[in-house]
Design a protein around this ligand. Sequence first.
Ligand code: 1GP
Length: 242
Amino acid sequence: MGVLEYVSDGVKHFTLIDPDKSADYIRIAKTALEAGTDGILVGGSLGIPSEEIDAVVKDIKSISHVPVVLFPGTVCQLTPRADAVLFLSVLNSQDPYFIVGAQLQGAVILAKHYPSLEVISTAYLLVGDGGAAGYVSAARPVPLRRPEIAVAYALAAKYMGFSAVYLEAGSGAPEPVPAPMVRAVRKYLDRVLIVGGGIRSGKAAGEIARERPNVIVTGTIAEEQPEKLGEIVRAIREAAGR
Ligand code: 1GP
């Protein structure tokens, strides 16, 4: 089963590991796997050398029974060792480089050098704070209380043929994507919906999970309060009826 098919059913939890922030990535991956995470994303907004991405993915793959998926912040963050790559286009960037410029460089690498890597075309939409990802990609984030704008972007993504939409509040965001925004987008989007940024408790994860996105991503919590990961995974499973 491919990764897109794997995430298409139910509500899953993925753990984001940013090698730039977490030297201790193996410990974090082990904790996340023990807590029951359903997948691991690897990547970050700032520069990470491709050799490092390669080594990190190789190490995590050696202990992981769940998919390991690239979440590249730059064209350098690609390796054929992963199970798939989120081929991201920052739909609300003000700079065409982040909408299609980096993608034309990455596409050639994927097609010529890593043809067996599963590519998941993903409309990446910054909302609220936007965090480092929003700043670096020159995004104009969607205001948290304007779900109709997120819906409009999600519909545009659908009609443009994206396989997935990722609502991103930004790593470490003061407030996660609000449940009403997830609900509004879910109502219109019959594609994979990924939500992440600023989720720090089971309560917050559960509220989002009840709106039935396909994937809920947490990153910072695994580094700062790993003991809370179990609570988050359980809340998602409960809300999703697993
Ligand atoms: C992935 O940016 C998120 O979508 C991760 O955010 O670090 O706040 O969990 P946190």
